[in-house]
Each structure stands twice: as structure tokens, then as C-alpha cells.
Write a protein of this length. Structure first.
Length: 264
């Protein structure tokens, strides 16, 4: 296996390059538009063939490079079916797998931060990519993009904490320099989700957070509904476009906010 954890300092976003050493087939998870040149250069330097550009969810804090990776390298854009991306290539249902040479990535639906969140599990290597559903000692906010603390609690307990304790968990973000955790660590130390925390207690914590309006959401969500490419985003339900419904859910605007406010 070839594995690289990549970082975007402006948004504290992690991207992950995973490849099968024999076939040289690769997947890039949660790419960032501003890092396109870096990532394409690395992929070419390592002699890899990018088979998939995968997303854990529709991001509100940065624009993905997945559509541009398709244009540049022929990658297929893979995203959870519930995310509502209009021009992806693969709409992943719960339990679907992405094959990268001999490696298999299982897509587990883990809604709650957003309705379309997906966790990718590579059982043969004992690693999982949780996006914002589970961070190191934290989790994604649940107050927009059809988020739900109850759904997130069940997603973590049933789809992530059910993995072996030694499973390495790679988050979508970290704001304190932490790079990886394990199932056992989070079950013991997560302030919000540790063993013994009830769904009701977790929901009370999440509903009590007072988080800033994400400063880039008005640009990022519409763009990411089209794999980061220009063009109008189709509504994902009702008459209002997704970004308008997000703003309505938040009920406030803070144009000066420069921090996503994940609440960790």
C-alpha cells in the first residue's frame, strides 16, 4: 500500500492519497481545489493512476478538486448517493466498495454532520476515513445541510465504533495538529461520544453549541454539488436551492467568520 496524508493549511483540511503498490491504482479522498497542482504532481511523481476522486461529504469550508481531477487525470468522482451531487460518476450506496487494485474501500453511510456523509473503510489495512462525522476528540457540527445529532450519534456508534478498536481513523480536519486516532481512543476519550454517553446527552451538547456561520459556505456548497466545477447547482429538495436552505437552517450570517466552527 502507498499512503499519503496531505494538508491544506487555510482550511485545516486533510486529503488522503491511497494506492495499491502493485497495480499503481489510486484514490484521492477529499481533495481541495487550491491544492490541485500539488496533488497532480505527487500522483505523477509516484507513477500512480488516479482511479477515483472520492468525497466524504459536500464540504462547506472549501471547494473540492474532484471535478478537475476527472478532467486532468481521468478519475471518476465518487460520493455518497444522499449527498445530491449532480455530476458525479458513482453514487455510493451503503456497503458499496471502491476497488483500487487489490485494495477495497467500503463506503459506509454515516449521516448526521450532513445528510450525505460517507466513511470509507479499508478492512485489509485496518484504516478508515471518517470525514467530519468523527474528528480527533470531536465531531462535525449538526446544524446545517440536513444535519442531525441523533443521526450522527447512531452513525458513529453503529458504523465507526463497531470497527475493531485498533482501527486507525483519519479525520477530515484537525485544528490542533493531530493527524490520526483509533476507535479505542475515541470510545474512551471523546468528550462527546465516549462510551456511556447517551443519544439524548449527545443531542443536548450539539444543540447547545453556538457556532459561527461558515465563511465560505455560500461558495463552497453550490460548487461542491457540482464536484467543484462552475455552474448552477440543482436543488436537492423543495423549491429553495441547497445554500438558501442551509442559511435558513443556521438562522444567522457572520460575514467576518473565518473559522468553520466545528465545535471541538
Amino acid at each position: 500500500m502507498i499512503f499519503r496524508q496531505l494538508f491544506d493549511p487555510e482550511t485545516s483540511t486533510y486529503s488522503y492519497l491511497l494506492a495499491d503498490a502493485a497495480s499503481r491504482e489510486a484514490v484521492l479522498i477529499d481533495s481541495v481545489s487550491e491544492q490541485l497542482d500539488r496533488d497532480v504532481t505527487l500522483i505523477r511523481e509516484l507513477g500512480l493512476s488516479l482511479k477515483f476522486a472520492a468525497e466524504t461529504h459536500v464540504h462547506a469550508d472549501h471547494v473540492t478538486a474532484s471535478g478537475r481531477l476527472r478532467e486532468a487525470l481521468g478519475a471518476r468522482v465518487a460520493v455518497g448517493a444522499a449527498a445530491g451531487v449532480t455530476n458525479g460518476d458513482i453514487a455510493l450506496a451503503h456497503g458499496d466498495c471502491l476497488a483500487i487494485g487489490a485494495l477495497r474501500l467500503e463506503a459506509r453511510s454515516t449521516p448526521g454532520h450532513t445528510a450525505g456523509c460517507t466513511t470509507y473503510v479499508c478492512h485489509s489495512t485496518g484504516i478508515a476515513f471518517t470525514g467530519d462525522a468523527l474528528l480527533v476528540r470531536g465531531c462535525g457540527r449538526t446544524d446545517f445541510q440536513e444535519g442531525s445529532p441523533q443521526a450522527l450519534y447512531r452513525s458513529v456508534q453503529e458504523q465507526i465504533f463497531s470497527l475493531p478498536g485498533e482501527t486507525l481513523l483519519y479525520p477530515g480536519h484537525d485544528y490542533r495538529g493531530r493527524t490520526v486516532t483509533t476507535v479505542a481512543e475515541e470510545r474512551e476519550f471523546s468528550p462527546r461520544l465516549r462510551d456511556g454517553t447517551s443519544e439524548a446527552a449527545f443531542a443536548e451538547i450539539m444543540n447547545g453549541l453556538d457556532l459561527a456561520y461558515p465563511s465560505r459556505i455560500d461558495v463552497a456548497v453550490p460548487a461542491n454539488l457540482r464536484s467543484g466545477l462552475a455552474g448552477p447547482a440543482a436543488p436537492s429538495g423543495g423549491d429553495a436551492p441547497p445554500v438558501a436552505r442551509v442559511m435558513e437552517q443556521l438562522g444567522r450570517q457572520d460575514a467576518d467568520s473565518v473559522f468553520l466552527g466545528m465545535g471541538i
